[in-house]
Design a protein around this ligand. Structure first.
Ligand code: ZN
Length: 148
């Protein structure tokens, strides 16, 4: 996996409110990694994620020990890791974005003891949204499952 590079976001809550991490929430950016970085760096946006993947890079915005603001539901934010993918409605993630995502998700599933088939979830299962759009979630789940 591309080495994760910090692009610290001011948009997070300290800690996890006592909740254990038991979900990975998959998102698409509807744009490039640069667009996500600009949004998450803006305190006025009120949004963030833990990781973003695209254009051959992996960025980390929020520590895994803290709550990122990505799922649109605070309790879900407290118990999840949010991962953004460079993609939009007509541009699915690249092969390299999938590869980096699968490697990152495999590491997270090992760290937190997660079942990739049930605990890697689409943003759309949390709130009504088109996200994660063109991301093939089952492809990620199956590839991670094969690695564990
Ligand atoms: Zn999303």
């Amino acid at each position: 996996m591309a080495q994760a590079v910090w692009r610290t976001s001011p948009n997070y809550s300290a800690g996890r409110g006592g909740r254990a991490v038991d979900r990975i929430v998959i998102h698409y950016i509807v744009g490039t990694l640069a667009a996500a970085e600009a949004t998450f760096a803006d305190p006025g946006s009120g949004v963030s994620a833990h990781y973003g993947i695209g254009e051959g890079a992996v960025h980390q915005y929020v520590s895994e020990t803290n709550t990122a603001w990505h799922a649109g539901d605070f309790a879900m934010n407290q118990r999840s890791i949010g991962i953004e993918h460079s993609a939009d409605a007509v541009r699915p993630p690249s092969q390299s974005t999938y590869n980096d995502s699968i490697e990152l998700c495999a590491r997270l599933c090992r760290t937190y003891g997660l079942n990739p088939l049930t605990q890697i979830i689409p943003h759309s299962s949390v709130v009504a949204t088109a996200c994660p759009g063109t991301v093939d979630l089952q492809r990620i789940r199956n590839a991670v499952s094969a690695r564990l």
